[in-house]
Design a binder for this molecule. Structure first.
Ligand SMILES: Nc1ncnc2c1ncn2[C@@H]1O[C@H](COP(=O)(O)OP(=O)(O)OP(=O)(O)O)[C@@H](O)[C@H]1O
Length: 236
């Protein structure tokens, strides 16, 4: 069976800078990929290419065999790729249920999951009928993931979801992401600098340096990779 998401030799240049410089990887349904690397190594730019906000300079991204890159963010969502942002201010006075209903509009005929299932997976069962602003900041971050899942994606992109969380909150987030990936079969790409959060969560880890792939493998392989320790993990 071929992979759900195939990233082939993606390059993204900004003028003379190759922010992403020939990155390839594949991802299966239900798999969690951790994307790490020093500041400026190209992680956010790569997420932008996957999310359709950046056109790749060359290379392509295919989802289920169909080209998903280079067609804009809206088309990427329609193709089944959803991302979260670091903001949590999108639905202050709305309840989570109201916000989820709006997100259903982005399914474009794709099947989705019941709001209760999504909320329960993320530990937000009691939060469905509360205004977003009344939730803790950690719960608001989980709610942003719930909104992305309400679009019925095949691939979920998470940009530093554990920022500002303490160890307990980050562990709860990791467990929630694992449940969502396993139960819904969504492939997940997570960028985060918090290794205590990311390493137990990821099935595979891709390490970027200066736009290229420095290493990829299981979390255990990455932790013991000399080049990764020298360039990144030694400081993390
Ligand atoms: N819109 C842009 N225009 C010009 N250069 C850019 C643009 N976006 C990113 N870059 C450059 O591309 C490189 C990669 O940046 P990127 O933000 O993708 O790295 P990152 O790994 O996500 O970093 P961080 O961990 O700090 O978020 C950097 O040199 C950055 O300055």
């Amino acid at each position: 069976m071929s992979a759900l998401l195939v990233v082939e030799d993606v390059v993204k240049r900004f003028g003379g800078v190759a922010a992403v410089d020939g990155v390839s990887f594949t991802l299966d349904a239900g798999q969690v990929l951790g994307l790490i690397g020093p500041n400026g190594s190209g992680k956010t730019t790569l997420l932008g290419v996957l999310a359709g906000t950046h056109d790749p300079t060359s290379g392509k991204v295919t989802l289920d065999g169909r080209t998903a890159s280079g067609r804009g963010a809206h088309r990427a969502v329609s193709a089944g790729i959803a991302r979260t942002f670091q903001t949590t201010r999108l639905f202050g006075t709305w309840t989570l249920r109201e916000a989820l209903r709006l997100a259903h509009g982005e399914r474009r005929g794709r099947p989705g999951w019941p709001d209760e299932q999504i909320a329960n997976l993320l530990g937000l069962g009691d939060a469905l009928d509360r205004p977003g602003a009344s939730l803790t900041s950690a719960a608001q971050r989980l709610a942003m993931i719930a909104l992305a899942l309400a679009t019925g994606p095949r691939v979920l992109l998470l940009d530093e979801p554990a920022v500002g969380m303490d160890g307990t909150e980050a562990a709860a987030l990791a467990a929630a992401v694992r449940r969502a990936a396993g139960e819904l079969g969504v492939a997940v790409v997570v960028v985060d600098h918090n290794m205590q959060f990311l390493m137990p969560l990821a099935d595979t880890v891709l390490v970027m340096a200066a736009g290229a792939v420095l290493a990829s493998g299981t979390p255990a392989q990455i932790r013991s990779d000399e080049a990764v320790i020298a360039s990144y993990l030694g400081e993390a």
